[in-house]
Write a protein that binds this ligand. Sequence first.
Ligand code: SF4
Length: 419
Amino acid sequence: MTAMLRRGWCPTLSTPMPTGDGLLARLTPAGDTIAFDAFDRLCVAARAHGNGIIEVTSRGNIQVRGLSTASTPAFAAAVEPLGIDCRGHQVLTPPLSGLDTDKDLRILALAKVLRAAIEQASFAPHLAAKASIILDDGRALHLDGVVADIRLRAMSDDGETCFHVAVAGDAATAHPLGAVPPARAVECALRLLDVLTAKAPGRRMREALREDGTQPFRAAIDDLLIERQPPQARAPVSAIGIHRLRTQRVAVGLGLPFGHADSEVLRRLIATARNVGAAGLRTAPDRTLLVVDLSPDATPVFVANAGALGFMTEGNDSRRRIVACAGAPICASGQISARALAPTIAQAVELAVAAAPGRGGVIHLSGCAKGCAYPSPARLAVFGRAGACDVFVDGALLETVSVNDLPALLARLASSFSE
Ligand code: SF4
């Protein structure tokens, strides 16, 4: 399958996508806690019907690899009843919604209502499969770094809550439209999607804005808008680490190195989490799993055990610098083995930046020119081409090197970049 054919394909549980290692199924969690039993059964199914590799994506979706045409129906039959996949279009909520504060906007319920309304809407057949909406209830663990077609961020002004509305981008780049009352948030999103699908059927918001900008979208919600100041920018956050919950218990965020883990390792993680009394799992952006509802006393042992299983337990883990797609041979379009190269590059870069504190930044490693796995342009990016590596700095081709020479070059470049 070519990169062109794959572009825009949104694999689901029932319609997985062909890749180099078989079919890939994607599950979209609804945002609430996934019981350990359900996640364990997903791991068992991933091993029985696929190759046992499970990925958590940069948007917090779950991907299962190595399925076949013959095994997909049995996999779907095993996984559908688990309730992990909410199907439909992606309505993202902050990963600890409902758990981390008493100020509860019932955002998960609102997301459910919005998802159902989208599926029922007359515009649904014309909505791009990858279209996404963020419903942000203003949590500490926010989604400002995640790109979406529509963003609704809750904020309180003089004790009154409203949703600030913006389109096409992350929190820094999206185009603001104004604010709406919470009771009109779903209606607002539906009206915007209606305009989007009328102007640009099957396409994304950023494309729809190219013709007439935000004017048609603002006009569509004009009667819903209320006078409010735009929200303040928030500092970046990482889901990796320990987060206090409103019950005085905690959630522990664990990064999956290079975005994937073996199903057996995940099962061992579940067993460890059960042993310390945790309640379940949530997924989070940036390839992270959140184990929720641990007692603070049990946390150090759990974190140590998760680290021993290979999970990233600290936000400054050097493996986080390398964002790699699957690459060859896992992906049929891969021209270099991006994922297999990632650990060597992470090691080389770690050594180099250890001697240059404050240096580093993200390195995006792509098996081909399509550039999966990292939504925004990284300052330092590598694209595989005919078995060699095109190295780009700030969007410009610097040089083409062999796979063998790549780690040393990236280490040298990374040590000259500020974080
Ligand atoms: S960027 Fe990576 S995952 Fe995407 S098509 Fe190319 S090789 Fe495959």
